[in-house]
Design a protein. Sequence first.
Length: 202
Amino acid sequence: MRVITGGTFDPLHMGHVAMLQQAQGLNETFGTSPLQVIVPERTRRLVPLLPGKVRAELVTALFHSWGVPVEPHVVDMSQGKADEELHRATGWDRQSPDVLHISGIKAVDLPGYCEVATRHSWNRHPTNRKRVYVVGDPQYANVSATDIRATLSRSASSEAAYLSTLEHLETSRTLPSSTAQILARPDVRQHFTQGDAQGIAD
């Protein structure tokens, strides 16, 4: 079975980390290949501050710090062709494996459920796939990438603000030091400069 999860990860925060940890646990139980992580280059309503390739690198560094393999796929979901891009990225256009789709939701949306609730639903794919809703850790219920981006847009330096959003992850040793190394690269830093000049997209 192929296990898939994903997110914009703009920026990567503690709620994402908790979801990815649970997704990896499910992949160890059900998966037959490395966990597939979908990272949109952009969506219909959002142009992230950092390119999809960089955000995929950050997620990969996180998994490598756990000592497990992961296969990130950067796809463009801005043109309404999510199915086609998702199929191509994960090989569904060449084969039709069983798929387990991991979706993170807030605990308050599934009252009475524990950590994992299993559901079956149509999810924009040609066949009925298994979908597992991973209930988020309540302590991160108020962590919002949208709110973080709003804070970044008000900051004098988006780079400093972006790094500060990762700082608590670094100090808790949840994220590896390699994330800071990625963010310090000249090819990545230029995006912060552009963000400061143009403003950060909502």
